[in-house]
Design a protein around this ligand. Structure first.
Ligand code: SAJ
Length: 436
């Protein structure tokens, strides 16, 4: 049996996870709980210090879990030298977009650059970040070549896309109930990946690394285009004075052939607004114009402005002008019950409102304890306020952008002058409620 395979089965391997964010940290904890020696590597000193202080920086991970992980021997560092003494290297770094919507692969290339001086024979290198088909080999084969390491023989190159869903309490890495797609450079690589990942979850093997890279994008572009579709259906329904949510609820009764998506103020997060552009960028290299995917992204992109247009109409109905109004944004994270504000539509809405010179505040219970709240307020030129009668009465309109479950919807309905409802939380037909 292969040397590495034996070490994996006997839990003798050492694992280094590069990038201990919302993907890497849960992975570290899972392997630790399964009895493996794990090192977390990150360039962000704040993350390193937080772990050493037994403090979690991920909403879905309790600090008690960090304490337990440290008792199991979890070690964190920003020094890549440790790579030379581990058996498995798992890369979980971000792949955001540049402003021009092309993939920013700088984190991947920087990581490849950092590990190239330390990799050695008998190691397995796994990439989990969401990337375009071909990227794993493009960024990692050159460093193997430079070190005269033959993939599939001296070292084992694997791709297994992350499927961490922040805030999802039912499906988590910790529960081991999210099947993991795996593939590798050769049969040996796939076999070793299967041996490793089957220790922590169900696995789904695909034939090539490119297929695995493509599958991840398929999963997320599927969401993005369907959300774009239902957002366009919302525009039609609103024009025809039909409640789109009532129609979706009815359509859901069809026991086959319909999967419900819900209209909203636009797409936020680190995956869904990003992944379509990663795929379209690569498709263009093959001379393909992905019109449908790009059009759905454009529709989603237009939703924050649509919410503002509905707000303008609502203020007009009460003889008010937007630039003379005080507006409250309810919810600033990109999806409900989360404290993550990346690419949040709320931020887009606030920046449009700021251009109209109206006074904008927001209220988000998930942000109140966030250490970086002050910076967020400075960056978006809007302050977080407590939701109470006195404050609600001060505003000419409230826009419900992120429908956290712990909002007091009765209080909002009672004391808001106007409500622009982007999430159909106020489905009562009250004059002051405008569906956006
Ligand atoms: N959204 C809608 N309508 C919907 C669903 C989502 O407007 O019907 C919006 C959300 O408000 C949010 C954005 O889209 O702003 C993205 O929401 P999401 O539910 O897709 O959540 P994400 O971005 O956290 O996506 C993750 C992805 N997980 C991984 O990539 C590992 C995605 O594949 C999951 O399907 C998704 O979580 C999930 O199902 O929650």
């Amino acid at each position: 049996m292969h040397y590495l395979k034996k070490k994996i089965i006997n839990k003798k391997i050492k694992i280094a996870v590069i990038g201990i964010g919302y993907v890497g940290l849960p992975l570290c904890l899972r392997f630790l709980k399964k009895g493996y020696k794990v090192y977390g590597i990150d360039r962000d000193k704040q993350k390193i210090d937080s772990i050493k202080r037994k403090k979690s920086y991920i909403a879905s991970i309790d600090s008690k879990e960090i304490k337990h992980a440290l008792s199991l021997g979890f070690q964190v560092t920003n020094n890549f030298k440790i790579i030379s003494s581990v058996d498995v290297i798992i890369v979980c770094v971000p792949t955001p977009l540049y402003k021009n919507k092309t993939p920013d692969m700088s984190y991947i290339s920087e990581t490849a650059n950092k590990i190239k001086n330390y990799i050695k024979k008998k190691q397995m290198i796994i990439l989990e970040s969401t990337i375009y088909p071909g990227a794993t080999e493009e960024f990692f084969l050159p460093i193997l070549k430079k070190n005269k390491l033959v993939p599939g023989k001296d070292v084992f190159l694997v791709y297994s896309p992350e499927r961490e869903d922040p805030g999802n309490k039912n499906f988590t890495i910790a529960k081991g109930n999210i099947p993991k797609i795996i593939s590798g450079f050769s049969f040996n690589c796939i076999d070793l990946a299967e041996t490793l990942y089957s220790r922590i979850t169900k696995i789904v093997k695909v034939s090539t690394i490119k297929t695995a890279e493509f599958t991840k994008l398929l999963e997320n572009v599927y969401r993005s285009i369907n959300i774009g579709f239902v957002n366009e259906m919302k525009l039609i329904a609103n024009k025809m004075d039909i409640n789109i949510h009532e129609a979706i609820k009815a359509a859901k009764t069809k026991p086959f052939g319909f999967h419900a998506f819900y209209p909203g103020p636009g797409l936020g997060g680190h995956c869904i607004p990003v992944d379509p552009f990663i795929l379209t960028w690569k498709a263009k290299k093959f001379g393909l114009m992905t019109r449908f995917i790009e059009l759905s992204a454009k529709i989603n992109d237009g939703m924050p402005q649509y919410a503002i247009d509905v707000l303008k109409k609502a203020l007009h109905d009460t003889k008010k002008k937007l630039n003379k109004s005080k507006i409250l944004i309810l919810g600033i994270s990109y999806k409900k019950n989360s404290d993550d504000i990346r690419e949040s539509p709320s931020i887009r809405i606030i920046s449009i409102l700021n251009k109209f010179k109206c006074k904008v505040f927001f209220s988000d219970p998930f942000l109140k304890n966030k250490p970086e709240l002050r910076n967020i307020e400075k960056k978006i030129h809007a302050k977080n306020i407590i939701l109470n009668v006195r404050n609600l009465k001060k505003f000419d309109a409230s826009i419900l952008v992120t429908d956290h479950d712990n909002f007091d919807y009765n209080l909002i309905k009672k004391y808001s002058k106007i409500i622009v409802d982007c999430r159909n939380r106020f489905n009562k037909k009250l004059n002051k409620i405008y569906l956006a």
